[in-house]
Structures are given as C-alpha cells and as structure tokens.
Write a protein that binds this ligand. Structure first.
Ligand code: BF8
Length: 659
C-alpha cells in the first residue's frame, strides 16, 4: 500500500513505521480527503459573500454574473500573487539583514562574497570605487528594499533580461513596476467587481510573477550570495539516512537562510559540541528539509533529510531532537505528530507560529545568540530520546551550481562563458535544456514524476538543472552524482565527462529559480542558439507542484519565454478559455506557454517535441542519438528496451541497487 504513495524506499519504510505506531501522515490524509472537484479545477468563486458560487453543470455564471473564465482567471491570478508574496517577502527580509550587517548590527553575519556585492552594486548603478564594503552593502540593501515599494518605473533587475524581452514586456504593459504594487494590484483587480476580463487579469498575473522572478526572488538569491557566499560544488548525501543514531539531530525546515546559516555556525561551537558529549551524544548533526535545506546544502554541504513529504517522516524516526522551522511549506500536522515523540517543534518567525509548537523568535541582530540557544535546546532534549528507527537510505550527491560557477566551469576563471554549452547544443551533443523544479504533492506518488522525467530527459541528451524539492528528490536517487553520467545519452555524457559535471545540476532553492532566468539569459546573450529565451531549445517542468509559489514560478518562466509544464493537474481545467489563454494565448504574446499534463510520460514527450521544434526553428542539426560517442550506450540500450511501465519503476530499482 505504502509503495504506491512514494517511490522512495526510505519513505515507504517510514510510512510503515508510522502506520504501526498509529500515526497518520499527509500521505494517508491525501487518500482520505478527496479534493473538492469544483475548487480543484478553478470553478469555485468565493470572492464575495453572495456566494461561494460553484460554476458547474447548468450554472454558467455566479450571482454577480461572473463567468467561469473570469472566476478561473481570478483564482489563478491570486495564486500567483500568493506565491510572489512568499518569495518576495523572503527577499525583503534579506535586504533588512544586509542593511543590519552593513550598519554593524547583524551579529555573527559578515559580507562573504565581495565580488558578488560589487557585481550586484554595478547592476544597481551603485558606485563601488573607493568605498568600503559596508557603504556599498548599505546602498545595495536600500536599493533592494526600494524595489518592493516602488510605484513607478521598472524593477531594476529586469534590465538583466535581454533587450528584446524588456521591450516586449514594455509593449505588452507587463513590465513590473514594484513588487508590492503588482501584488496589491492583483488583489484589487480580483476583488469582486473589478477586472472582469480573463485575458486582462492573466496579463496582470504575468506582471506580478515577473515582479517575483526578476524582483523578489532575484533579490533573495543575490543578497543571500553576498551575505553567505555564492555556491560552488559541495559533496554530501541526501535522504533520511543522514540522521544519526548517536548524535543530536537538529533538522532545519522552511526557506530563509538567515537563521539556518547561524545554526550552521553554532553547531560547530566547541562549547556546544562538548555540551552534546556531556549528555551522551557523539556530536551535533544538522540536516535540512525543504528549501532552507537547499540554502545550507548549496553553501555548506549540510545534508538534506528529504523534501516536502519527508517532514513528518523525519519526526517518525524518533531521532530528531528539534525541528526548527521558519517560513513556508511547514505542515501544521507537525505540531500534533511531535506530541507522540520527544522532538521539539520550534517556530522562529513572527510571521509563522504554530499552536502547540515552542516559539523562540529569531532576531537577526542577535542571530548567533539565537542560534546557539536553539542548538542548546536540541542538545538538552537528547536524553529524552526513545526508540529510534532511521532508514538506511542515502544518495550521494553534488550540489552548489550557481550561475557564476556554471560560467566558471565552462571556461575557467579568466574565460568563464556559456560558449561551450551553446556550442554543444548547436552541435546536437546536448539536445536541449530542462529545468525540473518544485514540490512533492501527496496526491501523486512522491518523487515518481520528478525522477522518471529526469531519467528520460538525460537519457535523451537533455541537460537538466534542478531546484527546490525536485533537487532533493534527485539527490536522494543519486541523480546529482557524476555516476549518473552512465545514464545520460552519449552526447550529453561526452559533455559532462569533458567538463566534469553530473548531467543533473543542483541550482538551489526555489527562490534560486531566478538563477535559471539568469542562465537562460546568458545562453541567449552568448548567441548561436537564438536571441532570447523563447528561442532556446529548453523547457521548464514542475512534475509534482503543490503550492502557489510553484504557479508564480511557472508564470514568470512563461512570461520570460519558457514552455512550462506542470504535472498533477490543472487548477484552471474547468475553463477551456483560460486553459487556452495561458497556453496558446501566452505563447503568442510572450513566446512561452503553460500546460498541465498529469502523466510524466506526456511531460517528457511534450518536452522533447518542443525542444526538437525549437532546434528546427533555429536551423540546428536534427537531433540524432547515435551521432556522438559510444559511451553510455550500453545501459541506455537496456533502459530503452523496457516498457514505459517498467521504466516507471526503473529508477527505484536502480536506486535500491545503488543503495
Ligand atoms: O519553495 S519545492 S514544497 S520547499 S514550494 Fe515547498 Fe515546493 Fe518544496 Fe521550497 Ni518550493
């Protein structure tokens, strides 16, 4: 039974443990609670109190006369606003942290990446010559903050897009002005009785999403790099097996790197390590869940205990002394579940409290003190540990591929560029590019869509970049290790071997999808495979999306020119008009389109078809899997000889063999 819920053997094992203990998890709740079929497809309008109106059957309009398309478009736009708010508020908090550090008020923090500070300042027209790093950082922090409240003009990082794309956004009237302004305007337009034209609503949804991708998220990424360092490759392991039976396990869960960075520092404090030993533990073991995990993984190699659907399973191991959470993707169920274990659930953000959890508010001005207190608390809880069950599964992985590092690895310090990548795509060694990103969703088997999509893509010579929970899945299944070259097509494998990279590259957390925008723009700017993002043979894929943030990311990818495919099912399926507006309609406007395909096989087929079409449009050589090398052919023959059903399970078999 549990096997159908996840393809991850660690999850399957822990679900059985939870079941034996009589504890329900999201996996069972998703089975028990069927989705509301009306809301599921975008046909429920609960914007005013004459409703909620369910636009099904003969009911074609709501009490106010709103059509199904208007309702579905409004619901969609509100999802984008919700997602954009989450990413952008995260970016805003980093601006506050940078300002505090620049003023000497950010205890424990420092400006780690001077080169990135200078590069960011340059992008913001902030002078650097003859100024201290604190002076520059203060200006960068303040300029970043301005992007949120700006009322007119253009969000500053949109100038990083190609000139052609910037011009297109201006012509379409979707160039974002300020982050907060676009989000507020979405809420206004979608209030009862305001914007009732589905197309106009969806245009503004694009504008709002651009304020996220090229605004809030990009600010979050850049300022994190300045404060904590721009990632470079690190080696570690992923999955619940990273928890340790003989050490204090502190799991950090959520999204913002400010607190987790300090916890990494605190966990190395000799006094605290001694304290851990004094309570009988052999040390302090940090692990992560969700995107906070990605942040400290990318910069310090802290191992991820898993992705979104692992948060409850980590508690069920009985081996977690404290789960420290900040914001986003934190299940309320953790509070109830921790009652059955010694684990202390600790909330740290004033924005995110959970009844039943301990609240220890994090103050960035006393960051190190706060972090030490949290680590001490976890240590003090170690003697309360009862029986544990840690599954032995881990996947070896390499993470830390910032866009700066991608340039560096292709040409070295002096000649860093995207030319080798463009040449490989033009020659057909690499068929195309794919970003596989996003969540787990308890409504579909965990990791199945992500892993099978990635496996098929690399086998077909598509270079894959991953972020968010899709990156965790890739790590768990060994896809982020160089060994996976043997599963790549011959051409892709040649490139990976030449550069020394796995065929799947971990680019970071979900706000780091902004790195993908930067990479694609650099590829377009390098030349040879088009002038803009929509010319590039590439796709964006979110196989197991779960939340509004994913929809916001998908929308800014589309508005930036990317064909973006989601799995699970469409939140606007009830309206054919909206379905067409966000696919063919958006493609005509911005070159990217959004589609939803429930089966990963369809996601792969559509992706490859699109990549080949873009190759043909560019006049590039037709993709031929046999043109390059012989390496990689043997395992692939076996792989392609299997039926799609067998391939569905192939990843897991391979994983179990590796494990
Ligand atoms: O921001 S991928 S489940 S953890 S929302 Fe959440 Fe989705 Fe995971 Fe990261 Ni992104």
């Amino acid at each position: 039974m549990a096997e159908l819920k996840s393809i991850d053997p660690a999850a399957i094992e822990m679900l059985e443990v939870a079941q034996e203990a009589g504890h329900e998890t999201a996996f069972e709740r998703a089975e028990r609670i069927k989705p509301c079929p009306i809301g599921d497809e975008g046909a429920c309008c609960k914007i005013c109190f004459m409703g909620p109106c369910r636009l099904v059957g003969k009911t074609k309009v709501g009490v106010c006369g709103a059509t199904l398309a208007t309702v579905a478009a409004r619901n969609f736009a509100r999802m984008v606003a919700g997602g954009a708010s989450a990413h952008s508020d995260h970016g805003r908090d980093l601006a506050f942290t940078l300002i505090a550090v620049a003023k000497g008020e950010g205890q424990g923090y420092q400006i780690r990446d001077l080169a990135k500070l200078h590069a960011t300042a340059e992008h913001m027209d902030i002078p650097t010559e003859g100024r201290t790093k604190e002076e520059i950082a203060l200006d960068v922090g303040n300029k970043a903050l301005e992007q949120f409240g700006q009322q007119r003009g253009e969000i500053i990082f949109t100038r990083r897009a190609t000139p052609k794309r910037q011009q297109l956004w201006r012509e379409l009237g979707i160039m974002p002005r300020g982050v907060d302004r676009e989000v507020v305007e979405t809420l206004h337009r979608t209030h009862e009785g305001v914007d009732l034209d589905p197309e106009n609503i969806l245009d503004h949804a694009m504008r709002t999403s651009l304020a996220d991708g090229w605004g809030g998220s990009m600010i979050a990424t850049d300022l994190s790099d300045i404060l904590f360092g721009t990632p470079a490759p690190v080696q570690t392991m992923a999955n619940l097996g990273v928890l340790k039976d003989d050490e204090v396990n502190l799991v950090i869960h959520g999204h913002e790197p400010t607190l987790s960075e300090m916890i990494v520092v605190a966990a190395q404090d000799p006094e605290l390590i001694e304290h851990a030993k004094s309570v009988g533990a052999n040390g302090i073991n940090l692990a992560g869940i969700c995107c906070t995990s990605n942040e400290i993984l990318m910069r310090h190699g802290i191992p991820p205990a898993g992705n979104f659907l692992h948060q409850e399973l980590a508690i069920v191991t009985g081996a977690v002394e404290a789960m420290v959470v900040d914001v986003q993707c934190i299940m309320q169920a953790l509070a109830g579940l921790t009652q059955h274990y010694h684990t202390e659930l600790i909330t740290t953000s004033p924005k995110a409290k959970i009844p039943g959890a301990t609240h220890m508010q994090f103050d960035e001005h006393k960051a190190l003190d706060s972090a030490k207190e949290l680590v001490r608390r976890a240590i003090d809880n170690y003697p309360n540990r009862g029986k544990t069950h840690i599954p032995s599964y881990t996947g070896d992985m390499v993470a830390g591929f910032s866009h700066e590092y991608l340039g560096y690895m292709q040409g070295g310090y002096y000649r860093g560029s995207f030319r080798p990548l463009n040449d490989a795509i033009a020659a057909g060694r690499i068929r195309g590019l794919a970003g596989v990103v996003g969540c787990n969703n308890a409504r579909v088997p965990q990791d199945e869509g992500i892993i099978n999509t990635i496996r098929e893509l690399i086998a077909n010579d598509v270079l894959v970049v991953v972020t968010g929970c899709a990156a965790h899945a890739s790590g768990k299944f060994g896809y982020l290790g160089p060994e996976m070259m043997s599963s790549a097509g011959a051409g892709l494998r040649e490139v990976c071997e030449a550069i020394g990279i796995p065929p799947v590259l971990h680019l970071g957390s979900c706000v780091d999808n902004s790195r993908i925008l930067t990479v694609l723009t650099q590829v377009a700017t390098e030349g040879g495979i088009g002038e803009d993002i929509d010319d590039i043979p590439g796709v964006g894929i979110c196989p197991e999306y779960m939340c509004e943030k994913a929809i916001a990311i998908g929308t800014y990818c589309v508005a930036s020119g990317v064909y973006t495919i989601f799995g699970v099912g469409s939140p606007v399926a009830a309206s054919e008009e909206v379905t067409n507006l966000i696919s063919e309609g958006w493609e005509k406007k911005v070159g990217g389109k959004m589609e939803f395909h429930k089966k990963w096989e369809d996601i792969v087929a559509n992706s490859l078809e699109h990549i080949d079409k873009k190759r043909a449009d560019l006049g590039l050589a037709e993709y031929d899997p046999d043109r390059f090398g012989q390496s990689g052919d043997v395992p692939l023959e076996a792989f392609f000889a299997t039926s799609p059903e067998e391939r569905n399970l192939y990843s897991r078999k391979a994983y179990v063999e590796v494990a």
